[in-house]
Design a protein around this ligand. Structure first.
Ligand code: ADP
Ligand code: MG
Length: 542
C-alpha cells in the first residue's frame, strides 16, 4: 500500500501505514533500532547530510553543524535560515530532509510511498500548516492532507475500541512540546446518509517549550553535580568533554528509569571513571515541578470542559512512558487513562486518516483482521467510519477604521472565529476613508481571540499593539485595492475572507466597478514600509 501517515515531530518523527491486514503499523527505523527517527539534521559536509540518531550524536561535538527543533521555526514570519557549505536552508527545506529520511525508510524496505497525511499541532496557524505541506512536497511526497496531532492520536485509539459518543482528553508530552486537547467523538450521518463518527476539537492548550528535554536538563544537572561531589570539583572545573559525555548519556538514563527503579551512568570525569546511580524516586522529586506545570494546563482546560464530562484520557508522546506522568494523570482521572505505544499513536492515526481519504475500502486491506490484542478490527470501519471536522485554528479578520466616537480607531474585526467549521467564509462591506482615495491597503490578521473586535489592534507601523498578548495577533499580509479617480467615500467595497485547510484567501470587490482584487502580499517583508492612515477602509458610521 502506498499511503502513509507521518508524525513530523519536534524531536522524533514517525511513519506508519496500514499493513496487509488493515492494521496500523509503524515502519521500523532499523538503522537506529527504533520506531522513530530523531528529527535532527547534521550537515557533515557538502556531500553528506545525516538525519536521525547519528545526527543527534553530533549535537555535543559539532553543534554548529546540527539543526534540531526546526518545527518551532516552520512557517514563522521571522523564522531563521541555516547556512552550511555555502548553501542556505529554510526551515521548510530542513523539514523536507527529515521527511525524505522517512520516505527512504519505506523505500529501503521495498515499499512505495505516494500519498501521505502529515500531522501538525492543533495550535498551528495557517502559515505553519502551509509550510509543513510545502516541506512534504519538497520531499517528493503527495500531501493528501494535514491532520491535527490530537485528532490523529484519537483516531488511532478509537479505531480499536470506541463505538459510542465520547469526550476525550489527549495529554501529549513529547520531547519539546506539551499539548492538551479535548475532543468530542460523536455519531453523525455523512452525505450518503451513513452513520459515521465525527471528531471535533472542543479546546486545546499547551506549551511549546515544555517537554522531555526539560527532564533531560534536570538529570544532566543532577549528574554534573554528582560528578563534582564524587571528585571534589566545582562545576566550573568540569571539562567540556565530560559535560558532553554526561549530555550524551542523559536521555538513555531517563528512558531506563521509566522501566527500572534505578539507572547507572559511567562518566569519565576529567580522566577518572565515576559511576553515578540515579534512583527513580530522586528523579521524580527533582522534576516534580515540570509534572505540576503540565497538570496546570490540564486544570486550565478543565475550566472549559468539566472533568466529569471527560470519558477517556489518552496519553500520547514519548515522555508519557515516564511512570510519574502516568501516575499524575491517573490520580486526576482515576480509571480513565489509556496508553498504547504513545510515541507511535499520532503516526498510526495519520495512516488511518490517509487510508480513509484514498478510500481503500474494497482493497485487500479491507478485510477483517485480528489486532495484536486479539480483538477483531473491521478494516472497513477503520477507513470509512470517521469524518474529521476541520476547524479554523485561529480567528481571522481585517484591520479597518472605526469612525464612531471622538477619535478614529484602527480596529481588527474578527470575521472568522477560532474553532469554526472549515471552509469558513465571511463578507462585509466597508467604505473608503475619504473622497478621491486612490489606494486601500487592507491588512489581514490572525489571532486567537473570540471577540468581535480587538481595539486597537496595531500601531502606526502595523505592529500588534496594546491588545492582550495572549490574543497572539499576527499580521498575515495586505490586500492592495486600487480605486479609480473620483471615487467617493460612499463607494461600497465588499471584503471577503475565506479560510480553508490550504490557507486564508482575501478578496475585495469595488461594487461600483465590479473590479475584483486578490493580490495579497503575504509576509511582512513583502509589505511596503510606507503605511498611512489614509490607505484604509472604514466601517460605515451611518
Ligand atoms: P515529539 O516531541 O517529536 O513529538 P515524541 O512524542 O516521540 O516526540 O517524544 C520524544 C520524547 O520522549 C523525548 O524527550 C524522549 O526522550 C522521550 N521518551 C521516549 N521514550 C521514553 C521513555 N521510555 N521514557 C522516558 N522518556 C521517553
Ligand atoms: Mg509529537
Amino acid at each position: 500500500m502506498s499511503t502513509y501517515g507521518i508524525d513530523l515531530g519536534t524531536t522524533y518523527s514517525c511513519i506508519a501505514h496500514l499493513d496487509s491486514n488493515g492494521n496500523p503499523e509503524v515502519i521500523r527505523n532499523n538503522e537506529d533500532d527504533s520506531n522513530t527517527v530523531a528529527s535532527v539534521v547534521f550537515f557533515e559536509n557538502e556531500n553528506n547530510v545525516v538525519v536521525g540518531q547519528a545526527a543527534k550524536e553530533n549535537v555535543e561535538t559539532d553543534g554548529e553543524r546540527v539543526v534540531q527543533f526546526v518545527k518551532r521555526e516552520i512557517g514563522k514570519p521571522e523564522s531563521r535560515t541555516y547556512e552550511f557549505d555555502g548553501k542556505t536552508y529554510t526551515p521548510v527545506e530542513i523539514s523536507a530532509l527529515i521527511l525524505t529520511r522517512l520516505k527512504n525508510l519505506v523505500e529501503a524496505q521495498g515499499g512505495m510511498i505516494e500519498d501521505v497525511v502529515i500531522t501538525v499541532p492543533a495550535y498551528f496557524g495557517l502559515e505553519e500548516r502551509s509550510a509543513t505541506r510545502q516541506a512534504g512536497e519538497l520531499a517528493g511526497l503527495h500531501v493528501l492532507s494535514l491532520i491535527n496531532e490530537p485528532t490523529a492520536a484519537a483516531l488511532s485509539y478509537c479505531a480499536r475500541q470506541f463505538q459510542e459518543d465520547r469526550t476525550i482528553l489527549v495529554y501529549d508530552l513529547g520531547g519539546g512540546t506539551f499539548d492538551v486537547t479535548v475532543l468530542k467523538m460523536s455519531m453523525t450521518q455523512n452525505d450518503s446518509g451513513r452513520d459515521v463518527q465525527k471528531i471535533t476539537v472542543l479546546a486545546t492548550d499547551g506549551d511549546d517549550v515544555l517537554g522531555g528535554k526539560d527532564w533531560d536538563d534536570k538529570l544532566y544537572n543532577h549528574i554534573l553535580h554528582a560528578c563534582c561531589d564524587e571528585n571534589g570539583l566545582t562545576p566550573e572545573e568540569i571539562e567540556a568533554e565530560t559535560r558532553q559525555d554526561i549530555r550524551s548519556k542523559v536521555e538513555e538514563a531517563k528512558r531506563k528509569l521509566s522501566k527500572k527503579q534505578s539507572s547507572k551512568v559511567r562518566i569519565d570525569v576529567n580522566g577518572s571513571r565515576t559511576e553515578i546511580t540515579i534512583k527513580r524516586g530522586d528523579f521524580e522529586q527533582m522534576t516534580s515541578d515540570l509534572v505540576a506545570k503540565t497538570m496546570n494546563f490540564v486544570d486550565a482546560i478543565l475550566d472549559k470542559v468539566p472533568a466529569a464530562e471527560i470519558d477517556t484520557v489518552l496519553l500520547v508522546g514519548g515522555s508519557t512512558y515516564m511512570p510519574m506522568i502516568i501516575n499524575a494523570v491517573e490520580s486526576k482521572f482515576p480509571g480513565k487513562v489509556q496508553q498504547h505505544d504513545p510515541d507511535q499513536a499520532v503516526a498510526k492515526g495519520a495512516a488511518i486518516y490517509a487510508s480513509m481519504l484514498v478510500e481503500e475500502v474494497g482493497s485487500p486491506a479491507a478485510q477483517d483482521s485480528q489486532t495484536s490484542d486479539g480483538e477483531t478490527l473491521h478494516a472497513e470501519q477503520l477507513t470509512s467510519k470517521f469524518t474529521v471536522e476541520d476547524q479554523t485554528p485561529r480567528s481571522f479578520g481585517p484591520g479597518v477604521v472605526d469612525m464612531n466616537g471622538a477619535k478614529h480607531k484602527y480596529v481588527l474585526e474578527n470575521f472568522i472565529k477560532i474553532g469554526e467549521k472549515m471552509p469558513a467564509v465571511f463578507t462585509k462591506t466597508y467604505y473608503p476613508l475619504e473622497d478621491n482615495q486612490e489606494l486601500v491597503r487592507l491588512r489581514a490578521f490572525e489571532n486567537i481571540s473570540t471577540d468581535d473586535t480587538l481595539i486597537p489592534c496595531v500601531d502606526e507601523d502595523g505592529n500588534p499593539q496594546a491588545t492582550d498578548p495572549a490574543y497572539k495577533v499576527k499580521l498575515l499580509g495586505e490586500l492592495i485595492v486600487n480605486l479609480p479617480p473620483n471615487t467617493s467615500r460612499d463607494t461600497p467595497i465588499k471584503v471577503t475572507f475565506k479560510v480553508d485547510a490550504s490557507g486564508v484567501h482575501v478578496e475585495a470587490v469595488n461594487t461600483k466597478t465590479d473590479e475584483i482584487f486578490e493580490t495579497f502580499l503575504r509576509t511582512e517583508s513583502d509589505i511596503d514600509v510606507e503605511r498611512s492612515a489614509v490607505h484604509q477602509l472604514r466601517i460605515s458610521s451611518d
